[in-house]
Design a protein around this ligand. Structure first.
Ligand SMILES: [Mn+2]
Length: 233
């Protein structure tokens, strides 16, 4: 798929749920050695729970200069925006990890401590992204529904433990986050790959080269390991 400037894309790499793990993200980006032609698809839930949400948003802002960054909106960014816009009560976000996000802007901060630049950046994040061979979303999907018609609640909120979808009607492989694997393992079902490997809870932050099946994983403290996508089961 050529870019609008005619330059072909480099790698297509997805990153799972970061959840405020800024040290892990920094190590992961260093391990990837990104070029300006690489597409980096961040699968959502960059913020909340972990201690470094402010730094994560700052890192994502600067990653726009290093590669073709494609951020997807997770349910945690949805809660942040819903709190900012008054669609939910503030405590309903704070108890789900929002308190740690506000603390990252200064202990005990109010919503107004989040810079407008950060909020407006998060507002630009998409529901999903697709290539010729894969599609990328935060949570789940309905297998029989074309991507453009997917209910955003399913893509953003529905866990894979609620149901495991069949192969998507497009024939494309789904790359998802949101449903954390507490053992830190990438789940490969063949038609679906889930790369939320529970970094903030003691697992790993995972990056996945969708075309080559290569995996990079970084612990919360920044330890790096590389592997290949496990065989489908
Ligand atoms: Mn999520």
């Amino acid at each position: 798929m050529p870019r609008s400037d005619g330059m072909p894309y480099g790698r297509t790499i997805a990153i799972g749920d970061i959840h405020g793990c800024d040290v892990a993200l920094e190590s992961l980006v260093a391990a990837l050695g990104l070029s300006g032609r690489d597409r980096l698809i961040m699968l959502g839930d960059a913020v909340d729970r972990g201690p470094g949400s402010r730094r994560v948003v700052e890192q994502l802002l600067s990653l726009r200069e290093q590669c073709r960054l494609v951020p997807i909106l997770g349910n945690h960014e949805q809660m942040l925006l819903d709190a900012v816009d008054g669609r939910i009560a503030l405590p309903d976000w704070l108890i789900h990890g929002g308190a740690e996000t506000l603390d990252s802007y200064g202990k005990g901060s109010a919503l107004t401590a989040i810079p407008e630049e950060h909020i407006e950046f998060i507002r630009t994040w998409g529901d999903y992204y697709e290539t010729e061979t894969h599609f990328f979303a935060h949570g789940n999907y309905q297998h029989h529904v074309p991507l453009a018609q997917q209910p955003w609640e399913v893509m953003r909120w529905r866990s894979l433990s609620y149901y495991t979808p069949d192969p998507h009607v497009s024939g494309k492989i789904a790359v998802l986050g949101h449903t954390s694997n507490k053992q830190g393992q990438v789940v490969n079902l063949g038609h679906l790959v889930c790369i939320d490997t529970y970094c903030h809870g003691g697992g790993w932050l995972t990056a996945f080269d969708a075309d080559r099946g290569r995996l990079w994983q970084v612990s919360k403290s920044g330890e790096v390991r590389e592997s290949e996508l496990p065989n489908a089961r």
